[in-house]
Unconditional design. Structure first.
Length: 256
């Protein structure tokens, strides 16, 4: 049943991607009816079909920014990975489950070496730039995530203490907290995958095209690894992996 649902979602995605193929800031789809209305609606239905949390609450400003900053980190690092990028976009929209994403650590290296470069230094430079870009974005993501976690703790405290919140508001509140936490876990999972991909690419570049530029790339990767350890050491509430959440379920995210 899941397979037929996935095939239907992929078929529908062909129509959605016709409207979402152009990109704006951070590589996200430019505002249009497909990206702003149809894709979120289909994603919400798909997530509920899979039994994932899906809240109808409006996103806060920090939740919006968290999703914007997550965008680059959950997509493949290289723009030449066309198919994998489209799958990741559909996962971000929740049309496909996050498990549909590729875990091939060699994909970045293939994309990096498939283009036309002036010299091997250009490839090493691109690797350094990608690793440094991820490092900077992870620092911003962590600061944003901490604000969201603090707000979610306040949300849950109010939910427990107040008698004025109607029953129909309670499930969407806890679902939003679950969504937020799932997004943070997903970003960290994909950031670790990017780190592995960069290390794979560096080692193979050194075998194929040894260069002094490898030192700079190695430093950038080490700095990313250090930042990743800090950025993903978050004081999560624990709702996503708490009671009633299957251990095998992948992180969830709602595209704002």
């Amino acid at each position: 049943m899941f397979a037929s649902h996935a095939l239907a979602a992929m078929a529908l995605s062909c129509l959605l991607l016709a409207g979402c193929s152009t990109t704006g800031d951070l590589g996200r789809p430019r505002p249009n009816i497909f990206a702003d209305q149809i894709a979120p609606a289909v994603g919400d239905w798909s997530a509920r079909f899979r039994g994932e949390a899906s809240s109808w609450f409006h996103l806060t400003d920090d939740e919006e920014r968290l999703r914007d900053r997550a965008w680059r980190l959950v997509l493949p690092a290289h723009e030449r990975s066309d198919f994998d990028r489209e799958v990741s976009k559909l996962a971000h929209a929740r049309i496909l489950p996050v498990e549909a994403q590729s875990n091939d650590i060699a994909a970045y290296h293939r994309a990096l070496t498939s283009g036309s470069f002036a010299s091997q230094a250009s490839r090493y430079n691109r690797l350094s730039e990608d690793a440094n870009g991820d490092r900077l974005l992870l620092g911003q993501f962590r600061a944003n995530a901490l604000r969201v976690i603090n707000a979610d703790r306040a949300r849950l405290r109010t939910l427990d203490a107040s008698q004025l919140v109607p029953p129909e508001q309670r499930d969407p509140a806890t679902q939003r907290v679950t969504e937020n936490e799932g997004l943070m876990l997903w970003v960290c999972e994909r950031a670790r995958f990017r780190l592995k991909s960069y290390r794979f690419s560096l080692d193979n570049l050194m075998v194929e095209m040894p260069s002094r530029e490898a030192v700079r790339a190695e430093r950038a990767i080490m700095a990313l690894e250090s930042e990743l350890g800090t950025a993903c050491n978050l004081p999560l509430i624990g709702v996503f992996s708490g009671a009633g959440a299957p251990a095998s379920r992948g992180p969830v995210v709602y595209k704002g």
